[in-house]
Design a protein around this ligand. Sequence first.
Ligand code: KG4
Ligand code: ZN
Length: 345
Amino acid sequence: MWYNFRVKILGIETSCDETAAAIVEDGVRILSNVVVSQIDIFKEYGGVIPEVAARSHLEAIMPVINKALSDAACNWDDIDAVAVTHAPGLLGSLLIGTLTARTLAILHEKPLYAVHHLKSHIYANWLEREKFPEFPILALVVSGGHTQILSMQKHNDFKIIGTTFDDAVGECFDKIAKILGLPYPGGPSIAKAALSGDPNKYHFPHPKVDGYNFSFSGLKTAVLRAVQKELGLPISHPSHDLKNHLSEQQVADFAASFQKTAVSILKDTLKKAEIEYPAKSIVLAGGVSANSELRNALEDAYFPEIRFSGDNGAMVAAACYFEIQDGKQPTNPYELNIYPRITIS
Ligand code: KG4
Ligand code: ZN
């Protein structure tokens, strides 16, 4: 454990379509934060193509790490540890990050730590904060691949109390954006279109799920059916063609009505969970936590700064720091594996 000197951790993140590296001091202070997004590549396709993502990571990873070092005015002698995302994520993308981190750790003789992506998203809430979240915590993780509620009694103590049975909420934003003809990634596009829409124009039901779990695939289908109905088209009409028949105002109204429903599902489930798991702090994490409707609906909650809500290396370094404080041991760099589908533990 490090208590007496300032610890600098290099965090590396490549689980999906952002190549990112950052240097963070004592788990909370940013010395540098470099993110290269592949959004411009995938806009053209309307979604991430795993093989293309991996190749782009390969091109970007060393320039990104070198920029993180130079922005922080650090050289390798200043770095105390390397932290890298090893789960969950796209297989090829995770491989580029972990193989790079392994090689650099061996070359520069630095301890190497494997970090879980969702823990990183949660620890983004400790970055550059004047006031830290207080335990017990209820964490709502809302990303492109996950929707979960976790109870935390202390650092590094995660109990999943709710999860999605099908789509993640971010995935639902992305898929509905595609139906409406809005560009990838769908979350920010829906949020932007919704600004000029009527959130009460269409009504979508909340799914009936037990406990503090979620289901978003029904909401996606409900929006699809409502669009077909609004246009007077049969349910057999291909979803990829609907956008050609929608007016700008209809798109805005669907975006606003869907967003309102998604936010209220998240809020209601979280409020229900709070009764059984009273919390001093509510913490939001993951890409969808950038959504301003969600931020407004849960105004007492902690949110990461917008630059830390999507994928970044700083949150990896932060999570790693708090794990080390709890006694986490480095991984043998020759044995570090990736776990594309593993849940938090
Ligand atoms: O955490 P993240 O960057 O990557 C994963 O770990 O999945 O989350 C990406 C997701 C995407 O589905 C994207 O559409 C969504 O976050 N997202 C948003 C917003 N910004 C990003 N969803 C709603 N509103 C936003 N402003
Ligand atoms: Zn993420």
